[in-house]
Structure formats: structure tokens, C-alpha cells
Design a protein around this ligand. Structure first.
Ligand code: AMP
Ligand code: GLY
Length: 424
């Protein structure tokens, strides 16, 4: 099978790494890729949000299967364009990708599917939104409806803060994403992520994870795309997972199918868990980044078979061969991230590091310049390891982190603290 992966972050490096372990992969191309991906696969520079350009590339290169990593091409309808051309794709249609692209859409689906989630209101003008906030009181959560690169959610501690967020969103502070606003009840509990594959009809759980969104140790400071993750997530027990499948995920899939927009791809459910009861925080229509890195470390070569089965509608016969293991990934970011940071700083020591089936450095924001690896994005490297316990995995990952020569970078030393019983 000739395979094309769209994307160029740590998520896609881990997907490429897993796919290449499977003998069914004859040739792998990643677009656009990054310096780490270029070391293991061909990279192509095509506009991955342009369905026509991707379809042409697929034809020219005789690609058999396309795996779409990020949400932007999905929301732009690249999967539809490819399917129209008869290409096998892993990833939802534009209509099904609304589960991530519009928070109001997801809330309406939850209503129809009777899936437990936060109480909410949906607004197109500031006056009505503020009246709702005043009636509900604080804390309360104000969300820009559309895709805002993870920045469109404000947890307001006071009514005044919520009103300021409403003004900011309707004032254009979040671009088109803020033209409509969803206001939600603030949910308490512990958050975890549940990943399932869907083929339009059946669902197959492929793992749980928790990430660390805040930049600072002890979960402090501004939000980031994620500073680290680990799998499995102890709070997402088998019993909680079963409830999430029965009460949230399967009803959502049934509702999507009922609307003639069946969902195919990976569905990433962000759950809030309290007293053993899961409620939906959000859906994403792609793998999490860096959650994908720990899932791929645990799944290995079978990841390709599972994604292929989802794309071909064969999940009813598919199963995961679980290893009783744990994986962790520690993000090394460029100093200054999530604010401004310098691109071009050199990263040394990478060649000397081991890359085994239980220890590897995935590249996220890197480029190659004059034979060296340099910083090209805020989250630069994902140092990933697995072990028979989370503690063992963490020890292996941090040993790699310490062996690296990256003075322009920083990392959190407490990834996994909640599951490791630390204080953060
Ligand atoms: P989202 O973009 O919807 O995932 O929101 C980003 C983060 O905000 C989530 O991961 C939660 O930590 C938090 N969050 C979002 N909605 C709520 C809510 N209704 N109650 C509590 N926390 C929330
Ligand atoms: N790590 C969070 C996300 O991928 O959305």
C-alpha cells in the first residue's frame, strides 16, 4: 500500500513511525512533514488544505490510502474531495467535521442524542449573551463557536470577566470563529481524553490519555497546545469508558448517521469525569497532539490496520491487541512559547539518542538547515517512551530529555504527576 499522511507535527511523525512498522506499507509520503519525518519518509510540499491539489498528488504518486492528521484539511473538505475521486481516506467529511468546527453544532447533536454535557446557551448577539450570563452567574465558560486554535475558550471566574469575553468575541477578537458564541455551565471533575475509531456505524476504542495544557509545572500559566501526555488515563476506568460509549459516543454516531452525515475517522472525546460519571466537554475530529504520540507508541504497527479498517467500514471485525503498558510524552518547547519565540535555534545531541520501540524523540516543530536540526515551531520535540508502569515510562523519557543539547528549549518536569501520585 502507498500511503500519504497529511500534516507536519509530532502527531504526524508518530503516525508515520507506526505506519512504517507495518509490512503492508510499501511507500510512505508525508505532506508537508518536518525534519524528523524526512529522516524516515518522503516529504512533499503540497497545500494540504487544497483538496484539488491533494487529489492530483494522490493520482500522480499512485497513493492508495490517505490519513489526514490535522483538523484544518478536514474542516476544508479535503476528505470529501478525495472520496469523490475514489480515494480511500481516513478522516471525516466536512459535514461530520462540524463536531469540532462548531461548538453550537456539537451541543445540538448532544441534545438530539441525549448525551450528558454542560448546560448551555447559543448566541449571535452580545446583549442576549450577557443577559444569560447575568441570569446564570459565575464561574461560567464563554466559547467562540468556530475553530480558534484552542484559544477560543474563556473560563470566567466572575460575571464581569464573562461580559468582557463576550465583548471581545463579538468585537472580532477571535475573527470569524467568534461570530457566534456558546456559553456553558462550568463543569467540575477530572478531565481525560477518550479516543475511538468510527467507520460510520461501529466504534472501536483505541485508548485513553490525559494531557497537560498549561505551560508551567503544577498546571500553572497560560494554555498551550499541550506540554505532555500519558496513556492510559487512570480516571477513565473501564466502567467510565463503557458509560461514555453507551451514553455519549454511540448516540452521537447514531445521530450523525441519522442526519446522513456518518462519521468516519478517529473521534477524540474530551470528557469531564465526576463520581464515575462522564460528561462531554468537546469533540475533536482528529488525534490529539501530543496524545497521538502516546497512543501510537502503545499501538505500534496495528495502528495502520485499525485506521484502514475504519476507512473500509470493517471495524465490526477489528480488535485491538492491547499490551499492558504505559506511555508518556514530554514536549520540549522553544523558550518563550506559547508567546513569541525565536526560530532557528540549533538542537544538538539528537543523533546520539536511541530510537527503539519503547523510546523515541518525535519531531514537532523542526526544520533542517545546513545539515543541522533547528527550531521551526513553538512545540519542537516530543520525547516519548513506554514502560510496564507510568513511572518506568517517565524515567525513560526524562533520561532522553536530559541527554539532549537544546539550550533554547524548556520542558515540564512533572508530566504525569496526577497519575504518578505527585503534587505537580
Ligand atoms: P475546549 O476547547 O472546549 O476543549 O475547551 C478547552 C478547555 O477548557 C477544556 O479542555 C477544559 O479544560 C475547559 N473547559 C471547556 N468547557 C468547560 C466547561 N463547560 N466546564 C469546565 N471546563 C471547561
Ligand atoms: N492536545 C490537545 C489537542 O490536540 O487538542
Amino acid at each position: 500500500m502507498n500511503i500519504l499522511i497529511l500534516g507536519g507535527g509530532g502527531r504526524e511523525h508518530s503516525l508515520a513511525w507506526a505506519v512504517l512498522q507495518n509490512p503492508k506499507c510499501d511507500r510512505l509520503v508525508v505532506a508537508p512533514g518536518n525534519a524528523g519525518i524526512a529522516a524516515i519518509a518522503d516529504c512533499a510540499s503540497i497545500d494540504i488544505e487544497d483538496g484539488g491539489a491533494v487529489a492530483n498528488f494522490v493520482e500522480e504518486e499512485a497513493i492508495d490510502f490517505v490519513i489526514i492528521g490535522p483538523e484544518a484539511p478536514l474542516a476544508a473538505g479535503v476528505a470529501d474531495r478525495l472520496r469523490d475521486a475514489g480515494v480511500l481516506v481516513f478522516g471525516p467529511s466536512q459535514a461530520a467535521a462540524e463536531l469540532e468546527a462548531s461548538k453550537a453544532f456539537t451541543k445540538a447533536i448532544c441534545d438530539a442524542a441525549k448525551a450528558p454535557t454542560a448546560a448551555y446557551g447559543h448566541f449571535t448577539d452580545a446583549g442576549a449573551a450577557k443577559a444569560y450570563v447575568q441570569a446564570q452567574g459565575a464561574p461560567i465558560v464563554v466559547k467562540a463557536d468556530g475553530l480558534a486554535a484552542g484559544k477560543g475558550v474563556i473560563i470566567a471566574e466572575t460575571v464581569a470577566e464573562a461580559e468582557a469575553a463576550i465583548d471581545d468575541m463579538f468585537g472580532g477578537g477571535f475573527g470569524a470563529a467568534g461570530a457566534e458564541v456558546v456559553i456553558e455551565e462550568f463543569m467540575t471533575g477530572e478531565e481525560a481524553s477518550f479516543f475511538v475509531l468510527c467507520d460510520g456505524t461501529d466504534v472501536l476504542p483505541i485508548g485513553t490519555a490525559q494531557d497537560h495544557k498549561r505551560v508551567g509545572e503544577g498546571d500553572t500559566g497560560p494554555n498551550t497546545g499541550g506540554m505532555g501526555a500519558y496513556s492510559p488515563a487512570p480516571v477513565l476506568t473501564d466502567a467510565v469508558a463503557e458509560r461514555a460509549l453507551e451514553e455519549i459516543i454511540r448516540p452521537t454516531m447514531a445521530e450523525m448517521a441519522r442526519r446522513s452525515t456518518p462519521y468516519q475517522g478517529v473521534l477524540y472525546a474530551g470528557l469531564m469525569i465526576e463520581d464515575g460519571a462522564p460528561r462531554l466537554v468537546e469533540y475533536n475530529v482528529r488525534f490529539g497532539d501530543p496524545e497521538c504520540q502516546v497512543l501510537m507508541m502503545r499501538l505500534g504497527a496495528q495502528a495502520l490496520d485499525l485506521m484502514h479498517a475504519a476507512a473500509e467500514g470493517r471495524l465490526a471485525q477489528a480488535q485491538v491487541n492491547w499490551a499492558d503498558d504505559h506511555a508518556i510524552t514530554v514536549v520540549m518547547a522553544a523558550k518563550g512559547y506559547p508567546g513569541s519565540y525565536d526560530k532557528g535555534a540549533v538542537i544538538g545531541g539528537l543523533d546520539a539518542l536511541p530510537a527503539t520501540s519503547s523510546q523515541i524523540v518525535f519531531h514537532a516543530g523542526t526544520a533542517q538547515r545546513d545539515g543541522t536540526i533547528v527550531v521551526a515551531g513553538g512545540r519542537v520535540l516530543n520525547v516519548t517512551a513506554r514502560g510496564s508502569s507510568l513511572a518506568e515510562a517517565a524515567e525513560r523519557a526524562y533520561a532522553l530529555v536530559e541527554a539532549m543539547d537544546f539550550p533554547g528549549g524548556f520542558y515540564r518536569a512533572d508530566i504525569g504527576w496526577r497519575a504518578l501520585g505527585g503534587k505537580g
